[in-house]
Design a protein around this ligand. Structure first.
Ligand code: DAH
Length: 337
């Protein structure tokens, strides 16, 4: 038995190691869990008492020799070219960066354009009450938007619901701030609608509000013209069409000129114009409901759908793709700012 260990020692002395691979083979043979040394230590347990001392000594010699040989060679390898793998000063492997979601890109662009005009950002809750989504915004009791068909109700009497538009944040801002108010309010909204290429039950809006003394419709028009040119290019023209919203008087819908320059294309359905947002002068009733003196202050508001802008800007015709999170789609978008 003892002779056998001696021959193992001789063999280990002769063992030639010239590469990292051979070093690993050496470790596996002698020092690993299933290696020779562990097997011999197992046998050691069964050796008779009088032989234990000699056997133990030889075994320790073999262990010391093989571990030292392994350690020494490993150190010399680390300092040669083969050991470059562990050179900590080398440049790391490139990490693949993700991209921003197109909805976030558009949201950030809209916010940044209005920030340049002095607007600040405000946010409100997605779960709201009837007052902030409808009543304070001058919606008559029988208005269809209050209907179960359009709104996701969480609780009836008192009504708790998912906000159907970000106009609710206007109310929260006006209730808590006195003019001048210049705010932009991005957020997620929910509507009880069948999901199709053109509509979804969940989407994003950006709301804008400007309240001060002597704010006029001309201010609204100039602000939105600036926005349209920044967002869609300096050649862009706007058109305001009369419309109706309970919370603004007068109300309008804004179109931007289509890139086909009036020639007519599929995107603008041969009209030369694309509808982009709703706006108007804040109804004095709304100011009064929110504790702002409507005899002293006037203001304008507007609201736009982010997915709608993304649809026009990127010419992606199906809104559902924005919520599928397919990386092959998402990878194509890079922020321009
Ligand atoms: N809240 C409207 C919607 O969801 C959009 C809107 C229109 C907001 C006119 C406004 C506005 O602030 O003045 O369709």
């Amino acid at each position: 038995m003892i002779e056998q260990i001696e021959s193992f020692l001789k063999e280990a002395e002769k063992y030639k190691i010239t590469s990292a691979l051979e070093l690993e083979e050496f470790r596996l043979k002698y020092l690993s869990k299933k290696g020779l040394l562990n097997t011999l230590f197992e046998e050691f347990k069964t050796v008779t008492l009088e032989k234990k001392k000699d056997f133990g000594k030889k075994l320790n010699d073999l262990k010391t020799y093989t571990s030292d040989k392994y350690q020494n060679f490993k150190e010399s390898l680390d300092s040669t070219s083969e050991g470059l793998k562990t050179d900590l000063s080398l440049t790391g492997e490139a990490i693949k960066l993700g991209t921003r979601h197109p909805v976030s890109i558009i949201r950030n662009e809209v916010v940044s354009i209005f920030e340049r005009l002095g607007f600040t950002v405000s946010e409100g809750p997605e779960i709201e009450d009837d007052w902030h989504v409808f009543s304070a915004l001058n919606f008559p009791l029988e208005h269809p938007a209050r209907d179960m068909q359009d709104t996701f109700f969480i609780q009836k009497t008192p009504d708790i619901l998912l906000r159907t538009h970000t106009s609710s944040v206007q109310v929260r801002v006006m209730e808590n701030t006195q003019p001048p108010i210049r705010m932009i309010m991005p957020g997620r909204v929910f509507r009880n609608e069948a999901i199709s290429a053109r509509s979804h039950c969940m989407f994003h809006q950006v709301e804008g509000l400007f309240i001060a003394e002597k704010v006029s419709f001309a201010d609204l028009k100039q602000t939105l013209l600036f926005f349209a040119k920044e967002m869609f290019g300096s050649e862009t023209e706007i058109r305001l069409r009369p419309s109706f919203f309970p919370f603004t008087e007068p109300s309008a819908e804004m179109d931007i000129s289509c890139n086909c320059k009036g020639k007519g294309c599929n995107l603008c359905k041969y009209t030369g114009w694309l509808e982009i947002l709703g706006c108007g002068m804040v109804d004095p009733n709304v100011l009064d409901f929110c504790g702002i003196d409507s005899t002293k202050y006037t203001g304008f508001a507007f609201g736009m759908g982010i997915e709608r802008i993304a649809l026009l800007k990127y010419q992606v015709k199906d809104i559902r793709i924005y919520f599928e999170n397919d990386v092959r789609f998402l990878n194509q978008f890079k922020p321009s700012i």
